[in-house]
Design a protein around this ligand. Structure first.
Ligand code: RRO
Length: 293
């Protein structure tokens, strides 16, 4: 896949409609990843679904989405936007993943990101990504159902993330997205109750960046396929850290809530001057540097 630049919109942030894809494209992203889509419409959890905490947010949206067939219309409309659109998908079984994958491929997605790592959903998400056998079945099934590349988005809370990375690659993954949010919670000390309606959610933002960098570093050593880094990238220095750990592209999510869509331009400009100042021809020269030093 060729991207105009290595900065993608992360899944779950703004990626829900044609008009938002357009805004993200105009802001200078190199690709957009959609909100995770399942086979059937899903309401998600009741509010509150997101809470700001130290250096980040905890969310438990609960995979709200209109269902693959309805969402396919938004993907279809988006053909006028000259930006790779990657569909994030989830399912309960390999068969369900494969059905959704076929729908989004047909609608025009250029790649699929398998979400096997939502940290708080029952039957879907991390229960799959924490189980190497189940992950392997999902990846194999989707790989045999579509022709477009498939990424696997890995969960950070596993004994050894390298094991899931290796099995995903062996099963046919074309790239790995590292990492999803991390199980977390916040309690209101006035009421004594958890703030989120689901009680537990996923922590994103600068708080998780060092964990994500470590995961990218470990995964990069074990696989040949590209690694896409995600987790707390808020400025160009963060992006460079991920490239040096081994990411060949990065995704931006929570930073948009903090800085707005101008963060894409800001990171691109910062990256460009860093490359010029240090005599690098291309950001790809940074990829994996931390493994050589
Ligand atoms: O929808 C969500 O609540 C959600 C998902 Br699918 C995910 O993968 N990660 C996350 O933090 N929240």
């Amino acid at each position: 896949m060729h991207l105009p630049n290595p900065l993608m919109l992360a899944a779950g942030i703004l990626g829900i409609s044609h008009s938002l894809f357009k805004r993200v494209a105009e802001a200078g992203a190199g690709a957009v990843v959609t909100k995770s889509i399942g086979l059937h419409p899903r309401q998600g959890y009741p509010n509150p679904t997101i809470v700001g905490v130290e250096s980040g947010f905890i969310n438990a949206m609960g995979l709200p989405n209109p269902g693959a067939k309805e969402f396919a219309k938004e993907i279809n409309k988006s053909k006028d936007i000259k930006l790779p659109l990657i569909a994030s998908i989830f399912g309960e079984t390999p068969e369900e993943f494969s059905e959704v994958a076929c729908i989004v491929e047909e609608a025009g997605a250029v790649a699929i990101e398998l979400n096997v790592s939502c940290p708080h959903a029952e039957k879907v998400g991390a229960v799959i990504g924490q189980d190497p056998n189940l992950t392997s079945k999902v990846v194999k099934k989707v790989k045999s159902s579509v022709e477009i590349p498939i990424f696997v988005k890995l969960p950070p809370l596993v004994t050894d993330i390298r094991e899931i990375a290796i099995i995903s690659e062996k099963s046919g993954a074309d790239a790995l997205t590292v990492i999803n949010t991390i199980r977390a919670m916040s309690i209101d000390i006035e009421t004594g109750r958890p703030i989120l309606s689901n009680k537990i959610g996923g922590l994103s933002g600068p708080a998780i960046k060092p964990i994500a960098v470590r995961c990218v570093f470990e995964v990069y050593e074990k696989v040949k396929i590209p690694v896409i880094g995600v987790g707390g990238i808020t400025n160009w220095k963060d992006a460079i850290e991920f490239f040096m750990a081994g990411a060949s592209a990065v995704q931006i999510g929570t930073a948009i809530a903090i800085k707005g869509l101008s963060v894409f331009q800001e990171i691109k400009e910062g990256l460009r001057s860093y490359l010029n100042k240090n005599d690098y021809k291309n950001y790809m020269e940074l990829v994996g540097i931390a493994h050589r030093n």
